[in-house]
Design a protein around this ligand. Structure first.
Ligand SMILES: [Zn+2]
Length: 153
């Protein structure tokens, strides 16, 4: 990819707001560069902001640890995430429970990414699906070749 499109900079870190024109321009750049991993990253950044906002403001739909525990910010860590849309680095904000002392990253829990997992399972799923589809087609051809009834594909 020639130019890195950082939509997250525009969307998440802009305190003075941004114009619709700027957003359209950034989106079209990302689209032209096929920077789909950048879209994904931006969505994850926004999701994380919502999760952290809920926790810090003790909203009733906020993620919890212990019933009487309070969650406070406890630093962050970066992790590379590999998906079929590309690879990107993602900062995960960590919180700590005042009751049991456990720490976890709300976003990591929310998206079901295990602690040391950096690669999503969807790639494996796609491969399995493609493989089973291929064998299905092959099976269909074999059935047709054998003079059995044609099967709708
Ligand atoms: Zn706890």
């Amino acid at each position: 990819m020639q130019s890195k499109v950082s939509m997250d900079l525009l969307v998440c870190q802009s305190e003075n707001g941004f114009s619709l024109d700027e957003l359209v321009k950034k989106l079209s750049e990302a689209y032209e560069n096929k920077a789909f991993s950048e879209f994904l990253r931006t969505i994850l950044m926004l999701t994380q902001e919502v999760l952290i906002y809920r926790i810090l403001n003790e909203k009733k739909n906020a993620m919890e640890c212990c019933p009487e525990g309070h969650l406070t910010l406890n630093g962050s860590f970066k992790r590379n995430i590999r998906t079929s849309l590309g690879e990107f680095s993602m900062p995960f904000i960590r919180v700590r429970c005042s009751k049991c002392g456990k720490t976890f990253a709300p976003l990591q829990r929310f998206i079901g990414l295990e602690r040391y997992q950096t690669k999503t399972n969807e790639l494996e799923k796609l491969i399995v699906e493609a493989a089973s589809e291929t064998s299905y087609r092959r099976a269909v051809k074999e059935i047709e070749r054998d003079g059995k009834l044609p099967v709708a594909v």
